[in-house]
Write a protein that binds this ligand. Structure first.
Ligand code: AMP
Ligand code: ZN
Length: 495
């Protein structure tokens, strides 16, 4: 039996529930259960959504790197998420179906495919289980029955509401978000249909469907559909148990969504469902949260092909990923053309160093750089609540060293070269999830071919045949290969 790296790495995770960093101890040694709220598949994901999922992809990757056995559940919300996040308005998917005159399940299919496509472009690892809300209606009905039996939910006109005031008499509604129940009442607007509720803080577990509502399922109370918050309680419990290690999502889901998940679980089985609540911060554009509803967003396709007035050019998926990893997952990150250009520079510099590293030869001399200490700094950064910006700063001290060796201004011995190479590979590719043009054998041939074209372009330039050298460069751009001239020669970037 080999021991995982986790035995020698103490992880600190910021827990929203306690408001501080805590030492991470999973319920079962060597294994982690993690649930992340997935997308509501009623439209194309925007780059803000991508950021949240990418934060958890990086976390998932690091856990796996440490040798944990991770069961990572990320759901697909394909019913029940209403327009205003509370209990009002039209179902987002049903509305889209009505506007487009297609079936709700056609909407679901179209945007689930888009979601998966985008994630694979950005080099995400697939989760272990990807359950859908509509596939778990039976489980949700059973939970509602149980919550009614325990006295924490009531029926009104065929809908079932969670009784927040009753629950709060013996529990702690607001424990996650820090909101207090009186303020919540004042902040809840009295909208149409809320008259069914005993109190404005109450939220729906089951909604009776209007006659025209096509997304409906039979239940003991009415033909209707489940509440959005209940879906995640049903799916997380089914696959991870009544108590599990980590629940994640974007910061904006803390309230009401996650607060309600805690209340449902405690009302149902009386213990806290999640040990570590993790919230990823928002991607902003012009200082405002990227959101579908306001139009203040950028789509992955727009950033890849540069087809938007917000950008001067397109950027490769790995540059976007590098840009996101340069910020800590709990910090707000503002999107801009300048920031992307700066990230592209940094990314290329990192990739050039990785390439140089593969060509370096060791010498039997004293090292000019403490590789072992550097490696432990890389782990320390990640162990400190997944601090990727600090990790990247560490990677760049290695880049500096690599460039010095390349310029014969420093040297490295055999064993240090092995550690440096392995550690760079692991952090750059396995953990940050970046991709280089020449990362495997097949791409190697492509890389060699491009190198050949670069050489021919240089020959054309030397003979002052600029028509030919420009043609080579432009045609390569046309097929998604960008050449970059630097002081050490020309490098390339694949879309
Ligand atoms: P939704 O499909 O609206 O449920 O959102 C999917 C995920 O994207 C949720 O975890 C949200 O918190 C997250 N999200 C939405 N907008 C942003 C944003 N501007 N930046 C980062 N994450 C976001
Ligand atoms: Zn959720």
């Amino acid at each position: 039996l080999t021991m995982g790296k986790y035995t020698s790495n103490t992880l600190q995770i910021y827990n929203t529930l306690s408001g501080k960093k805590e030492v991470f101890n999973p319920l079962n040694e060597g294994a982690i259960g993690m649930y992340v709220c997935g997308p509501t598949v009623y439209s194309n994901v925007h780059l803000g959504n991508v950021r949240t999922f990418m934060s958890f992809d990086m976390i998932f990757r690091y856990f796996k790197h440490l040798g944990y056995k991770v069961r990572y559940v990320r759901n697909i919300t394909d019913a029940g998420h209403l327009e205003n996040d509370a209990d009002q308005g039209e179902d987002r998917i049903a509305k889209k179906a009505r506007l487009e005159q297609i079936e709700p399940m056609e909407v679901v299919q179209r945007y689930t495919v888009d979601f998966h496509n985008i994630l694979s472009i950005f080099n995400f690892l697939p989760p272990s289980i990807e359950p859908t809300a509509t596939g778990h209606i039976v489980e949700q009905i059973e939970i509602i029955k149980s919550i009614i039996d325990k006295g924490y939910a009531y029926e009104a006109n065929g809908s079932i509401y969670f009784d927040v005031i009753k629950y709060n008499e013996s529990h702690d509604y607001g424990i996650l978000s820090g909101r207090n129940i009186e303020d919540m009442a004042h902040n809840t607007r009295a909208l149409d249909g809320q008259s069914d509720k005993k109190n404005p803080q109450d939220f729906a577990l089951w909604k009776k469907a209007e006659p025209k509502h096509i997304m409906r399922w039979p239940s003991p109370w009415s033909d209707g559909f489940p509440g959005w918050h209940l879906e995640c309680t049903a799916m997380s419990t089914k696959y991870l148990g009544e108590s599990f290690d980590i629940h994640g999502g974007g910061m904006d889901l803390k309230f009401p969504h996650h607060e309600c998940e805690i209340a449902q679980a405690k009302a149902w089985h009386n213990h806290s469902p999640v040990n570590y609540w993790m919230h990823a911060n928002m991607l902003t554009l012009n200082g405002q949260k990227m959101a579908k509803s306001t139009g203040n967003n950028i789509l992955p396709s727009e950033i890849l092909n540069g087809d938007t007035d917000k950008l001067t050019k397109g950027f490769s998926p790995s540059v976007v990923r590098f840009f996101m990893m340069q910020a800590h997952y709990r910090s707000i990150l503002d999107f801009s053309n300048d920031a992307l250009l700066a990230s592209e520079k940094g990314f290329l510099k990192l990739m050039e160093a990785v390439t140089s590293l593969s060509k370096i030869e060791a010498t039997e001399v004293v090292n000019d750089f403490d590789v072992i200490k550097w490696k432990s700094n890389c782990y320390a950064a990640m162990n400190d609540d997944f601090n990727t910006p600090i990790l990247i700063a560490e990677l760049f001290s290695a880049v500096k060293y690599i460039n010095q060796i390349k310029d014969n201004k420093a040297s490295i011995n055999n064993s240090s070269l092995a550690v440096l190479t392995e550690t760079m590979q692991q952090f750059v590719f396995d953990i940050l999830g970046l991709k280089t043009a020449v990362s495997n054998d097949q791409n190697h041939k492509l890389g060699e071919t491009i190198e050949l074209l670069i050489k021919m372009r240089n020959e054309a330039r030397a003979q002052k045949d600029f028509a030919l050298s420009d043609k080579i460069r432009d045609e390569l751009i046309g097929i998604g290969i960008q050449l970059k001239d630097g002081k050490d020669g020309t490098t390339f970037l694949l879309d």
